[in-house]
Write a new protein. Structure first.
Length: 192
């Protein structure tokens, strides 16, 4: 069972087949897909979201090897604005995309922190690794902001073509130390 996660501004709902139409309406944008793995078909087919959900994501969720959430604003819970995923794969544990209209507001940082906490605290994993295109500066900044470090580089195939790729990592101990430091900086006031 994959839980609903919440952040200050987001509702992260487990992916369902009924999300296919909303994903199909938002996902096929060059700004979203250009830095994704070449395994994403492009041009995106008219049934791409339904096929992906039915044949890939939902079976992996049922096996307990992947965890996928839709991103929705808490004040507009019917509006799908992106996806975030965790995967039990070597060197590829997290991926995400966000509608460009919603980018630049810190929303993906909130989502990343929620699912990273789930990865370490609920699933008990020791390390989280996230690959990305080196040219994807926004994703790189997000990794830096959330305590990850660059551990490897290699040429990879993306929808936008072959380009340098990076592998970012954070361990559970590093995550916990970062969370503890954040709590110390902003302690919860005690009741009088």
């Amino acid at each position: 069972m994959i839980p609903i996660l919440t952040t200050g501004r987001l509702l992260l709902r487990p992916l369902e087949l009924t999300d296919a139409a909303a994903i199909q309406a938002v996902f096929p944008q060059w700004e979203i897909v250009r830095f994704l793995s070449k395994t994403v078909p492009w041009p995106y087919p008219a049934d791409g979201a339904e096929t992906y959900l039915r044949d890939v994501a939902l079976p992996a969720m049922a096996r307990g090897t992947e965890w996928h959430w839709t991103l929705r604003p808490r004040d507009a819970p019917l509006t799908l604005i992106g996806l975030i995923s965790l995967m039990d794969r070597p060197d590829e544990n997290r991926g995400f995309w966000l509608d460009p209209v919603w980018q630049g507001r810190g929303l993906m940082t909130e989502a990343v922190e929620a699912v990273t906490d789930f990865w370490f605290e609920s699933l008990g994993r020791e390390v989280l690794r996230a690959p990305k295109a080196a040219a994807n500066r926004a994703s790189r900044r997000l990794s830096e902001r959330t305590g990850m470090r660059l551990v490897a580089t290699a040429e990879r195939a993306y929808v936008g073509g072959p380009m340098p790729g990076e592998l970012w990592e954070i361990t559970r101990d590093e995550w916990r130390a970062r969370r503890c430091a954040a709590t110390e900086e902003h302690p919860i006031p005690a009741d009088d």
